[in-house]
Design a protein around this ligand. Sequence first.
Ligand code: UD1
Ligand code: UDP
Length: 368
Amino acid sequence: MNILTVVGARPNFIKVAPLLRQFKRNDISYDLIHTGQHYDVALSQVFFEQLDIPTPDHYLGVGSGTHGVQTGKTMMKIEEILMEQDYDLVCVVGDVNSTLAAALAAVKLHVPVAHIEAGYRSYDMRMPEEINRVLVDRVSQLLFAPTETAVLNLINEGVSQERIFLVGNIMCETLLTNMSKMSRPSEIEEDEYVLLTAHRAENTDDPQRLRSILEGASASELPVLFPAHPRTVQKLGDLGLREWVEETSSIRIIEPLTYLDFQYALSHARVVLTDSGGVQEEALMHHVPCLTLRTNTERMITLQYGANTLVGMEASRIAAHLREALQGHRGSWPIPPFWDEHVSERIVGHIRQHSDLISIPSNDIIMP
Ligand code: UD1
Ligand code: UDP
């Protein structure tokens, strides 16, 4: 079997690290494409180095752009590769534009697609990632779900049950297999702190909303450490908010952290404020209370386990929840089923066992 795996953005790199190792262990031949959606060293190269991800066979250099430009350019370039070389399966992870572009390019050339992290739904179709999730799942032949709720979401959408596999959360495999390598990064000066991440388009592109989030966070009685995504840094500059943050708030903006440094920062935080998808899950794993700066989440399990609270984007509400969370303790919730070190093993096992499903059906009927 010859597999093509496609990555493009920070969370993708983290998710494929164990998968590629598992392919190698099982003598499965594969090629890796890096679309270049993320290109800064701090968002890309450091993850390849730290997580020992092999150098990609193809680097597409797609870069930033509108959704149409980024997705279209990526599709065009992946299509060229798929027309030159035969692959039995294209593996995609998560919900970024590179994920959608790869899945569409593949299925249109009748190359089957496997989606890792299938079935997450926020049901908010104004969110670019939700559009990507729904469409990628619709054209995938193997759907690897992280939770039971994700499985049910897919069944409710009419996906044939034989194609859905509850395998757990692959980010947890990366986390658990790297925990022992973490050490305190020099960027952390404080003994006690709140960690903040915010990069989602809905939050950064609306000046009022971004300001409101920062006002809410800065009500913290503890210092707030903010490893800021370049998108957010750019917006803070454009909106003239950076000076305000640096001079009048308790928020300390730092460069994006490497994977291991971020895991250290998260696991030692009193509380995390975030609009990230992956960080909600990692906070659950580290038993750190998470306040999510959104009104919905596709990571329903973090709410079900009491590890996460949706606090929205309004300053007073964020501040109130933060005060309350800082009075509490670390979380004592359990770890969800299959969020362990064996996720990639399960995925590869299913790929091997279900070669009958690895083809594009000509009668793919979705039940009403
Ligand atoms: C993307 C994903 C988002 C994911 C995030 C992970 C989509 C639609 N969004 O958002 O789901 O949570 O990655 O971090 O795919 N930029 C740089 N350097 C880089 C990359 C980006 O400066 O290496 C800046 C550019 O100004 C760019 C902006 O960030 O325009 C947005 O980048 P883009 O990849 O489009 O989306 P993200 O916000 O990173
Ligand atoms: N992350 C990191 N350094 C940082 C911020 C985040 O390594 O400074 C990691 C984090 O541990 C998580 C992943 O990036 O695994 C999440 O990516 P991001 O929040 O960019 O995307 P999302 O999960 O929202 O798609």
